[in-house]
Design a protein around this ligand. Sequence first.
Ligand SMILES: NC(=O)c1ccc[n+]([C@@H]2O[C@H](COP(=O)([O-])OP(=O)(O)OC[C@H]3O[C@@H](n4cnc5c(N)ncnc54)[C@H](O)[C@@H]3O)[C@@H](O)[C@H]2O)c1
Length: 339
Amino acid sequence: MPKVLLTGIAGFIGFHLARRMAQEGHSILGIDSLNNYYNPELKLARLKELGISPGSIRDNTPVASRIFPSLSFLKLDLADRDLTERFFKKETFSLVIHLAAQPGARTSLTQPYAYVDNNILGFINILEGCRHIHTDHLLYASSSSVYGGNVKQPYAEDDRVDTPVSLYAATKRSNELMAYTYSHLFGMPVTGLRFFTVYGPWGRPDMAYYKFVKAIVENRSVDVYNNGNLERDFTYVDDIIEGILSVLKRNPSGQPPYQIFNIGHSEPVNLLRFLEVIEDALGKKATKRFLPMQAGDVLSTFADTSKLEHYSGYKPITPIQEGIRKFVQWYLSYHSITG
Ligand SMILES: NC(=O)c1ccc[n+]([C@@H]2O[C@H](COP(=O)([O-])OP(=O)(O)OC[C@H]3O[C@@H](n4cnc5c(N)ncnc54)[C@H](O)[C@@H]3O)[C@@H](O)[C@H]2O)c1
């Protein structure tokens, strides 16, 4: 099996992918800076699930998993050019999956440098590393946010994407352009995946679904932006993982060997309907606080996933009711909330 570098392993999607790939016996080195964009306790708890005990973590020193013999973890900040350069001089990987990034469209209005450091500087360091080690395939996370102000729906990969409405979206679109250039110049096989609003157990506390559940459980009101006139193509995390694995079955081979796929459920759900699904799963009603549209937000997202389906045969399948039920179950158990 190819040796895999997985960045962002302590993050929401990285954790799920690592667990799945480690169960399949892949040899994986996972990297994360464990930054405090949201509570690092959750990142450490995810690592613990992977057999990496928090007490054993030291900067720039690999730690072996106690559960998965083929998995280890390295705390490293990919925005640190010197350290990342040194890392790629010592290690080589046939597959690099780059999920580490500073997420969150709205925060990019107030903390722009976190996005430039982690998503632009971090990304060029990965590209340079991959060029140095001649990796067989670099797969990286892009985002539905690159579709920005587009009105044509569903969003397809060959639509123009020149109108990012947040700096976060602009960094993700920049990644796509940078990756294209490296593929063109150096023949680097690269795949970009545009994820659509990913949710599920071990999810991110900064995302709306997490905040909704937390507020309802704590008897607080739920902030509903644009008076609920928003739609999202919510995609269950296991479907994202299946989508990633389906793309990994073969390396890109075009000229240049560069490709981009949407991974989304392809069924936009209105925010108020989404809240009803959460209320049903919790057996409790929300108190809603209606607020105006937020800067950096888009009205609606909707993935055309026919390109992925044609390429790999995979299409996301999990209904929102099932996905939210699983998230709520996890939320209550993780936070030790009973009855
Ligand atoms: N969750 C979603 O809905 C969604 C949607 C579209 C795209 N994405 C993209 O998918 C990827 C994974 O997202 P997620 O939801 O798991 O986010 P996450 O924040 O939970 O995970 C990202 C991880 O990357 C790490 N990281 C950040 N900067 C780093 C650096 N410089 N060096 C090393 N590690 C660093 C963080 O500590 C974090 O653990 C990201 O690239 C994100 O932009 C996510």
